[in-house]
Design a binder for this molecule. Structure first.
Ligand SMILES: C[S@@+](CC[C@H](N)C(=O)[O-])C[C@H]1O[C@@H](n2cnc3c(N)ncnc32)[C@H](O)[C@@H]1O
Length: 210
């Protein structure tokens, strides 16, 4: 991946703002804070999820393919006092053996990966049987009106937003990849005004590899 220099800088600022949102903090506490054992985190970005790992985690293997995000994630990993290693790799080609992880974390990533099906099949391959995929992702509107606008904006949004597709039905893609949701709910953490109106709602979900 060539990377997104300006988006990486912008996203770090955005994450700092987002971290001030009690609703988003609570979701990261639930999704990331509920991880246990050996953990895979895809698309670590600037490391916004790193502070939320708890004591049930033995080690975190994070991957990040964007060379402009990578140093930010590594810096954050050093700052938080947790066993986190960040590798330069895309979710579609995970540099890990089969059945390695107890938990996989994806927060705001499956909108951006080039091939979500391949990424999910890699997550499934590297998770132990019965392992958990814990996600916080923005998804396609259920209403055709909202989805119409997301489809319209996606080509431009992808360009500005580091490859982010606002219009993906990520919950269905997760199920089709062989995961079963133990719990999933739709939340509206982003404000209903442009531009954030295009990247809501979100799913908060815990799925098991079946
Ligand atoms: C919106 S950021 C989210 C970062 C972080 N997970 C968070 O919660 O703040 C999306 C991240 O996905 C990464 N990404 C894009 N394509 C990817 C791929 N194929 N595999 C893994 N990560 C990818 C981007 O480089 C970026 O860091």
């Amino acid at each position: 991946m060539k990377g997104h220099r300006w988006f990486a800088a912008f996203y770090e600022r955005l994450s700092n703002i987002e971290e001030k949102s009690a609703a988003v903090r609570k979701i990261r506490e639930e999704i990331v804070g509920g991880a246990r054992g050996r953990v895979l985190e895809i698309g670590a970005g600037t490391g916004a999820s790193f502070p939320y790992y708890g004591d049930d985690v033995t080690e975190v293997s994070a991957v990040e393919p964007d060379p402009f995000m990578l140093p930010r994630a590594r810096k954050r990993a050093e700052e938080v006092d947790k066993p986190i290693e960040v590798q330069h790799a895309p979710a579609e080609e995970l540099p890990f053996d089969d059945d390695t992880f107890d938990t996989a974390i994806s927060t705001l990533v499956l909108c951006s990966v080039s091939d979500p099906q391949k990424a999910l099949s890699e997550i499934k391959r590297t998770l132990k049987p019965g392992g958990q995929l814990r996600v916080y992702e923005h998804v396609r509107y259920q209403s055709s009106f909202g989805a119409f606008w997301q489809d319209l904006i996606t080509p431009a949004w992808k360009w500005f937003g580091g490859g982010c597709h606002p219009n993906r039905d990520t919950g269905s893609t997760i199920t089709e990849a062989g995961f079963k949701f133990d719990s999933v709910r739709l939340v509206k953490t982003a404000p209903p005004v442009p531009p954030m109106v295009f990247v809501r709602p979100h799913i908060v979900g815990i799925a098991t590899s079946v």
